[in-house]
Write a protein that binds this ligand. Structure first.
Ligand SMILES: [Zn+2]
Length: 84
């Protein structure tokens, strides 16, 4: 079995500056997939951070783009609430 980066741990940041906030829902939309909450840390032109929070399948975390500011696909619904 090939080792994979720990994209599902809290605090993981992918190359698109999306931060993993942790497991949200163990019953994801893809077979066998869990939903994780991600937050966009991308700086906006006005100097603030985007801060958008959305759900993503565990297998997508490493390549996820923000649905709000990076034209990523729409986020999955989250079951918990998160502060930006
Ligand atoms: Zn964003």
């Amino acid at each position: 079995m090939k080792a994979s980066p720990s994209t599902t741990i809290i605090g993981f940041v992918n190359r698109n500056q999306q931060v993993n906030l942790g497991l949200d829902n163990p019953n994801g939309t893809d077979h066998g997939q869990s939903v994780y909450a991600l937050r966009c840390e991308r700086p906006l032109p006005d100097g603030t951070k985007c801060g958008h929070v959305y759900g993503a399948n565990g297998s997508d975390i490493h390549l996820r783009l923000c649905p709000k500011c990076q034209n990523g696909k729409p986020g999955l619904p989250l079951t918990k609430s998160y502060t930006a």
